[in-house]
Design a protein around this ligand. Structure first.
Ligand code: GLN
Length: 195
């Protein structure tokens, strides 16, 4: 069975575990190195990117996680997790670090701080279908390189780019774990089965 880690330092871990269970994948909470080394893929949940960054460093997981992703470990980052995967941030705090797995610049709290959360129908680019999505103080992708594939755009917000993939790394602005639509998680599980 495919073992998917959920980084469990901060954020909405339980919702990701539930999504993985729906896909018949085993989920493992990752808080230490041995757990990180045991997984076939990993999810960085939504939460607060500045806190996740600090805790990754405090738990001595930042460098090992970055190395495993560089070596090809499939990874999905949602919301704060998307920020963690970017190479650059607009609106980050002093000294905030990211893992740099996706060649993109993300803007934190891009939809405005006053709009705490919203639900929209996105366009899922691979097949042109719609995808129901929930945003909570979400980032969007402001710049990206040719190496990055755009997976979803939000027509309601001027065509903002809200899901991307570069090789083994997938990132979404929205919380794919709190909808009934498991396509994003299925993509991660598929990557884990093929590598
Ligand atoms: N605004 C948060 C951050 O910058 C992300 C919010 C979320 O993950 N729901 O990390």
């Amino acid at each position: 069975m495919t073992r998917v880690g959920v980084l469990a330092l901060q954020g909405d871990v339980r919702e990701h575990e539930a999504a993985l269970a729906r896909l018949s994948a085993e989920s493992v909470k990752v808080r230490r190195l041995a757990e990180l080394e045991s997984v076939d893929a990993i999810i960085i949940p939504g939460g607060e990117s500045t806190t996740i960054d600090k805790l990754l460093r405090a738990f001595d997981l930042f460098d090992p996680l970055q190395r495993r992703i560089e070596e090809g470990l499939p990874v999905l980052g949602t919301c704060a997790g998307m920020i963690m995967l970017a190479t650059d941030i607009i609106g980050g705090i002093e000294g905030q670090r990211t893992l740099g797995a996706i060649d993109m610049t993300v803007r934190r709290n891009a939809f405005g701080r006053q709009v705490d959360s919203s639900e929209v129908e996105l366009t899922w680019i691979p097949d042109g279908s719609t995808m129901h999505a929930t945003f909570i103080r979400a980032p969007w992708v402001e710049k990206w390189s040719d190496a990055v594939e755009v997976l979803a755009i939000d027509q309601a917000h001027g065509g903002a780019v809200v899901a991307v993939r570069q090789g083994n790394a997938i990132a979404t602005s929205f919380h794919s774990e709190i909808s009934d639509d498991d396509r994003v998680h299925a993509l991660l599980v598929d990557l884990a089965r093929w590598v």
